[in-house]
Design a protein around this ligand. Structure first.
Ligand code: ASP
Length: 329
């Protein structure tokens, strides 16, 4: 696919809707079945909670939690491993009505980090909204979550990917060629983060994103996914969840950039394409390639997506017959 080409689409939907993504990258044919199944499972979970009257933010948490436990994605169980061979997870969620958000980052012992991030939103006005590492895990325990062993998050697929990447470098800590964006390139461009945006029947919107980060990232590295404004954002009627090269997404604060554009100019598809292209044109990796990624978005009356990668896994559901769309290309 030509460097810089943005693929995008939008649909007019002004009632309740769930839009899910399972990462934007060069998804191999061997993984498409699993991705489809993961998207279906996520949509089914979201649909159940939307139909039982849950708010947008609770539906978003249910959708992302379903993907974290599915195993097909770089989130929760099945997350990519860091240079220490451990799964280190990041997740964030935001309510567009109140601007409340919650995030956890670099956690190693939580099965559903998005649920802990969701719980942080309930801490009360003016309270802590972002917790990292052991502090986040302590908060989770205090809130009744059970800590798991890091091994329970590690799949055979990711153990093998880790071993293959480890074999490619002599000194992982000093090699500049293993900066996260470059690692993605060598390993086939894995951007397998998950996310969703939801509009409920009251017109409230929410965004949520969860990831294991980039393959073979240094321990402690945090990308865009748990940063409000970068990997996710929701304000008023607009919501966005991103995936892709986290260092670039954070540099342009992509989710907020797109939400602002939607709120100021109204046209969802031009907002998603223009901001993704702007990131591509502004941020280059050491090989001179523009930053790649993908995102899903909601405006007052539309849903849409855009990506600069070969594929993006995504699905939409809205009430009424025949409204589930699953797409990988
Ligand atoms: N954006 C994520 C990160 O950089 C990676 C991804 O989207 O898969 O951590």
């Amino acid at each position: 696919m030509p460097d810089g080409l943005v693929r995008s689409a939008s649909l007019s939907i002004d009632g309740p809707v769930i839009l899910v993504h399972g990462g934007a990258w060069d998804i191999p044919n061997t993984a498409t079945e699993d991705h489809r199944d993961g998207l279906k499972t996520a949509v089914a979970a979201g649909r159940r909670s939307l139909e039982s009257g849950e708010s947008a933010v609770d539906v978003a948490a249910d959708v992302v939690a379903a993907m974290e436990s599915h195993g097909a994605f770089d989130a929760g169980r099945g997350a990519m491993l860091n240079q220490d061979g451990r799964a280190q997870l990041d997740a964030g969620i935001m309510d567009g009505s109140s601007l409340d958000y919650g995030s956890v980052m670099a956690v190693e012992r939580l099965a559903d980090p998005i649920r802990v991030a969701r719980r942080l939103m309930d801490a009360g006005e003016g309270q802590v909204r972002i917790l990292a590492g052991e502090g986040a895990e302590r908060f989770a325990v205090a809130e009744g979550f059970t800590l798991i062993d890091n091994d329970e998050l590690i799949s055979e697929r990711e153990r093998e990917r880790f071993e293959a990447l480890r074999g490619q470098v002599d000194d992982v800590h000093t090699s500049q060629s293993f900066l996260p964006g470059v690692t993605n390139r060598r390993s086939g461009g894995g951007h397998d983060t998950v996310g969703c945006v939801v509009r409920d029947e009251n017109g409230h919107v929410a965004a949520a994103t969860s990831t294991g980060g980039t393959p073979f990232k240094p321990a402690g590295r945090v990308g865009d996914s748990p940063l409000p404004g970068s990997g996710f954002y929701a304000d008023g009627e607009a919501a966005v969840s991103c995936t892709g090269w986290g260092e670039a997404i954070a540099a342009v604060v992509l989710a907020h950039d797109v939400v602002r554009r939607i709120l100021d100019h109204g046209d969802l598809e031009s907002a998603v394409t223009s901001r993704l292209r702007a990131m591509h044109d502004r941020i280059r990796n050491p090989h001179g390639e523009g930053a790649r990624g993908g995102l899903i978005a909601l405006s007052e009356s539309a849903v849409g997506w855009a990506y600069t990668t070969p594929r993006m896994a995504r699905a939409i559901w809205a009430p009424g017959p025949g409204t589930v769309h699953l797409q990988l290309s």
